[in-house]
Unconditional design. Structure first.
Length: 101
């Protein structure tokens, strides 16, 4: 079964909504939810290739730099860079988005 890692800082109230939505969208995938961590790359690098996810979804509700740093580290790692990463954010304006990048 294909695996998706969902890294999210959503509250306990809104996380089930995301889980339900993703389960509906990806019925043949195993979803693994985890809180953001500075060591996402290290956690994944320590796993055998067979256990690596097929997709990483970085869901960040307030557009902080940690998620962007996680994505950079994943894409700079020669063994992990092939895993697709989708980064979602709730940035409200184009100006906020530009300042975030």
């Amino acid at each position: 079964m294909r695996r998706i890692i969902v890294v999210t800082n959503r509250t306990k109230e809104s996380a089930p909504i995301l889980r339900r939505h993703l389960s509906h969208q990806y019925p043949n995938h195993e979803l693994h939810f985890q809180l953001p961590s500075r060591s996402l790359r290290a956690e994944l690098a320590s796993q055998p290739d067979a256990n690596l996810p097929h997709l990483i979804l970085l869901d960040h509700c307030d557009a902080g730099a940690d998620m962007l740093q996680n994505m950079r580290e994943l894409k700079n790692d020669p063994n992990l860079c092939r895993i697709p990463v989708l980064m979602l954010t709730a940035v409200a304006t184009q100006k906020q988005l530009i300042s975030f990048l």
